[in-house]
Design a protein around this ligand. Structure first.
Ligand code: HAM
Length: 436
């Protein structure tokens, strides 16, 4: 019989790994709320035409990476990224009429039919954000600074911020012409893919990983000569803001990105190159001031980014405790089991993560289970304890054992677990209790 396996490039995340996912997701949600962003959730499936219009017909994503299907005559696509859906929702709900500036964040799965490798999957998760209604460079700088801080908190080594400006649509048209003029005499030296892109989307050639293309574009003109005064002033102001914030960055004049919607500010953040490889970006983002109008909304500027969650997890040095529970209640005999269930309920009421071992096994076997789950304390309840109205509290870290009146047991166990140098972040109710 052939074994059923997950689809190539789509991964299970098992409970042993989920703690680090939660840590990064929570840190992101907290960071975003500190900056006034609110969460938005949009569908995983959108009309195919949304991505064709927003992301661009001649991008790799739209040309070859979308999972699309036809259902009852409707063309649908599993979202390859989050910006198009957020912009669609913004226009559809006329959010601009309700607030002058909108700050949204999102987290969720995206789907691209790419060749899977380390850090590149077909289902992957993004942490992203979009701002609608603010065209100032201060907005761009603050978000880049936010990300630098977020990466600091996640202890990502070797973080590098690359920034560039693509100018407005006219500047891009001028640059496209200049680039085509430069590339045309080198057509024969380009990869077959780039020869095709020369007429469809020459800017994409700058982003090519093919060595033949990289050799040719090394001396290509940069976009900066094509920028108009407004674009230049915007970019210079962005740099002044970043300098004032003390956020290190590098101007990368040939930085273009795989999506067609960008205007003006464009940026990427890389990190942990020894783990991810030099070309692997953690975050990509930028300004897309034309998209809202292109999707039928008013002329409203926009800026955003998305980070790849799996890549962040590879890059981050943050570890989380792996213990599943704080306490195990170990009853011996049926009468004790009944009392144990009540004790378990009380412990959870006090905010402790706890399991009651209901298997009816020996003490030795229950202690092994406590150890496997990483419990700090085992509460042993046998016939003699029941008769005396006590619980035997065994502290597995301190290697102590004491008999405590049942009425005091919960308080004693809570104190022991709180005193332990374990992560309280994973025990929300305790964390709250400690702060109050
Ligand atoms: P993107 O550069 O296509 O931009 O993706 C952003 C990040 O998602 C990448 O830097 C990477 O970390 C992660 N990523 C992309 N593809 C994969 C993959 N196949 N496997 C694993 N991780 C991946 C966007 O998606 C834009 N929507 C960002 C944006 C938001 N721009 C403005 N607003």
């Amino acid at each position: 019989m052939t074994h059923l396996r997950a689809v190539k490039g789509m991964n299970d995340v098992l409970p042993d790994e989920i703690g680090r996912w939660h840590r990064v997701e929570r840190t992101f949600a907290r960071t975003m709320s500190l900056y006034g962003f609110r969460e938005v959730r949009t569908p995983y499936v959108e009309p195919t035409s949304l991505f064709v219009r927003a992301v661009g017909e001649t991008t790799d994503i739209v040309e070859k990476e979308m999972y699309s299907l036809e259902h009852h005559g409707e063309l649908l696509t599993l979202r390859p990224e989050g910006t198009a859906g957020a912009a669609r929702a913004y226009v559809e709900h006329a959010v601009h009429a309700k607030e002058p500036v909108t700050r949204w964040w999102y987290a969720g799965a995206m789907f691209r039919a790419e060749r899977p490798q380390r850090g590149r999957y077909r289902q992957f998760y993004q942490l992203g954000a979009e701002i609608f209604g603010d065209e100032g460079p201060g907005c761009d700088a603050e978000v880049i600074d936010l990300l630098a801080r977020f990466f600091g908190e996640l202890r990502v080594p070797g973080v590098q911020v690359l920034v560039n400006s693509l100018g407005g649509q006219e500047a891009r048209a001028r640059y496209r012409e200049a680039l085509t003029r430069y590339l045309a005499p080198h057509t024969a030296s380009l990869s077959p893919d780039s020869q095709r892109r020369l007429s469809t989307n020459p800017l994409r050639i700058l982003d090519s990983k093919d060595e033949r293309d990289q050799l040719v574009v090394r001396d290509a003109p940069t976009i900066h000569a094509s920028l108009d005064a407004g674009d230049q002033a915007h970019f210079e102001a962005l740099r002044r803001y970043l300098d004032a914030l003390g956020t290190p960055y590098t101007v990368e004049p040939r930085l273009v990105r795989g999506l067609d919607y960008y205007t003006r500010t464009l940026f990427e953040i890389t990190g942990a190159p020894e783990k991810l490889g030099a070309g692997s970006t953690l975050v990509g983002g930028g300004r897309y001031d034309a998209m809202i109008a292109d999707l039928g909304g008013p002329k409203i500027p926009a800026f955003g980014f998305a980070a790849g969650l799996e890549r962040l997890l590879i890059a981050s040095q943050v570890d989380v405790p792996t213990n599943v529970i704080d306490a195990l209640v170990a009853p011996l005999g049926e009468a004790a089991a009944m009392a144990a269930l009540g004790l378990g309920r009380e412990l959870r009421g006090a905010g402790l993560r706890c399991e009651v071992d209901t298997r009816g096994k020996s003490l030795k076997s229950q202690l092994r289970r406590a150890d496997g789950l990483g419990a700090r304390v085992v509460l042993i309840l046998g016939e003699s304890e029941l008769a005396e109205g006590v619980v035997q509290v065994k502290d597995l870290d301190a290697h102590t054992e004491e008999r405590i009146p049942t009425a005091n047991a919960v308080r004693v166990v809570v104190d022991r677990c709180m005193a332990a140098s374990r992560d309280v972040d994973s025990r929300p109710s305790l964390a709250v209790e400690r702060k109050s």
